[in-house]
Structures are given as C-alpha cells and as structure tokens.
Design a protein. Sequence first.
Length: 398
Amino acid sequence: MRRFFKVTAAVCATGAIISGCAKEADTPRNEDEKLYFDSWMHVHYPQLEKTGLGIYVIPEYEQEAPESEAEPVADSQYVYVSYTAMNLDGTITGYSEAETAKLMGEYEENSSVYYGPRIWTRRSGYLYAGVNEMFSGMGKGDSRRAIIPGWLMSYDWYGSEEEFINNVSGTNSIYDIKVVDPIDNITQWQIDSLGRFFAGGYGEHDFGYITEDKFRSYLESNMISEAKDSTDMYGFYFIEIKHGEELEPLDDEESSGDDSGSTGEEDKYDWEKSHFYTTSGSNDTTIYINYVGRLLNGTVFDTNIQRVAQDNGLSGGTYEPAAIQWGDSYYQLQMGDESSSSSIIQGFAMTLWRMHPFGKAIGIFYSNLGYGSSGSGSSIPAYSPLMFEIEIVENPND
C-alpha cells in the first residue's frame, strides 16, 4: 500500500475570491462552497476535467492491473476495496490498511482491530455517490485517486450534479481506492472464500494452538472439503474435535435418527434434536463453555479464556466459563444465567446445538449466520465469515 502524505495546499487567491462575493438572500445552496471548490481546483489542478457526475480523477495515480487479470467492476453490486480518505489539505480522515494506521501512529498491534480491505455496497443509502463514481471504468487490481466535491459526499443519489449541488452539503474529499475484487453475488462470494479457506487457505494464517497440520486433520476427519458443507445447512461447517459424552435419551423416539453429522445426501442431520436431555423431558438446562471467536485470518475478536485474551491484546472480558441457557431449538439458546441473558448469533448457536456434553468443536459459517452486512465494531467488518472454537466444560460453581 502506498504511503500517503499531506497534500500541501496554499489557496491565498481562493480566500480573496470568496471574501469578495456578497451573498444575496436568494443565493442557491452551496454557491459559496462551489466557488471555493472551483477556486481550489483552479489553483491546484487547473488541467483536470470532471466526470459526468462531477468528480476529478488524477491521472498520475492511475494504476491498472495487467489486462489478462482484469475483471471489470462495471455493474457489480459490491466491491472489495482498500482505501484512504483525506481532506483537501491532506489530513487523513479514514483508511482500511495497517500501513496507513502505522503512518498515522494509530496502529494497534496484537489487538482485535481489523485492518484490511472492506466490502462496500454500491447502492444509494450505502455509499457516497462521488466515491461510487470513481469505479467507472475500473477493474480488479486497479488503483485510482480522485477529488470529490462536498455535494457528492452524499449517501442519497441524485441524477445530476446540479441536483446534488441544490440538495447536499458535505466535506470536499480526496479518495485513494484499490479494487481488490468486484462482487456480483455477495453470498456466493463468501461461500467461494470459505472454499478457498478449506482448500488450504487456513495455512496462510496463525490460529494459535491449531497448527496447519491439526487443521488439515480436523477437516479430513470431518470429511469437509472446499466443495461440501458438513451439514445440510448452507454456509455452515461443523468440525468436531472431541466427541464428548453420549447421554441416554428419554425414549426410543428421541434417540432415533443419526447424530453423527454425516455429509451423505441420504443422511441429513436432524436439526430438531439436541444432544442434551433433562429428567423433565425438555431442554431446560444450563451448560457452560469456553470459546474463542476468530476471523478467518486468525484474528481473535472475542474469548472468555484469559490466556488467549492476553496473547491477543484483548481486555475487559469476564474470564470464566460462560453459561448457556438451553432451549427446545438452537434459536432459543441464550448466553448468561437466569437473571441476565442475551441472544447469540445463529452460527454460534448452531455449533453448540451440534455438540455433545463435554465435547469440543469448531463452527465456521458465512455472515448470514453471523453479523451480516453491518459487522460488529472495529473487529468484525461487514460480510465476514466467522470461526468459533467451543468446548463444553464443567459448571465452575460445582
């Protein structure tokens, strides 16, 4: 990633021009802002021509991928992108990459903060109109820098520059973007990413105690490949590490069916049944777990194991086995005790539901079963597949 430094800006002439303009009562919205921006452009980039919507692409920063590798962004609904945003004076206001964080003195080593490309949704309401305009003519691997007037820094999209000028006020900006991957189908893109992960991509990252050889053996023993889910639940992969105990069911009906998690088409997993039974005949029990939550690049974003938290720069957690209130389906599982509990994401609940008492397993799932398009804080970006290592343990109060 290129390093970005402040763009020197001396607009003495601009101030003189603006201060000499008297504003009348019926002055159109953004007239002064447009005058300032046009004057700034005249001083710094008089040779540039604006695009149809009104941004200015700086040719010196254009970098195109080899033609043989080019995949056009065109009408892709999503784009996986690295970026840096700046004000006109060069002050960096946003970024995606670790290199820029280091340049800014903001890099957090051994933390759960995610650094790397982001997925942007290319629709009104999700992405600045001026930033979206930058993708015109770009393809996979291409880089571009553009100057965007404040009225185009709008999540609401209009049909013309004039409509933006009349309706939007914003901050003039400079954006550097690099297209990592255009995305037509965000769901399939995630499934393909999981496939590459299972095909060996896990070996490129650090997963703590789970070495590359261990990971490979876990996948082989659970018959998981890049082309096959471990269950009939799309986008969800269950990897059993330790089987745990078998409890005697209450009657023959409850014990019928296969609970081995077989991947055969004729042998689907029965999601109606739990491996936990109580004497009352219902699933009104509490179990206790230790867990580690990771992105697929190995970054730990949550755990209740103190050693793992310390090794990964996490703090502020409660480092003791977490209580899980059981239910009659995985949708009903809650984290916490009877006095205070909260819902858990679906993929986490599904992993628990597949486990046996005192077993250990890994659940890996796409974002539809996690945090979806919103992500979570600075640790989990939008559309992130997640991985949870879970072990069911003894009640710490016994």
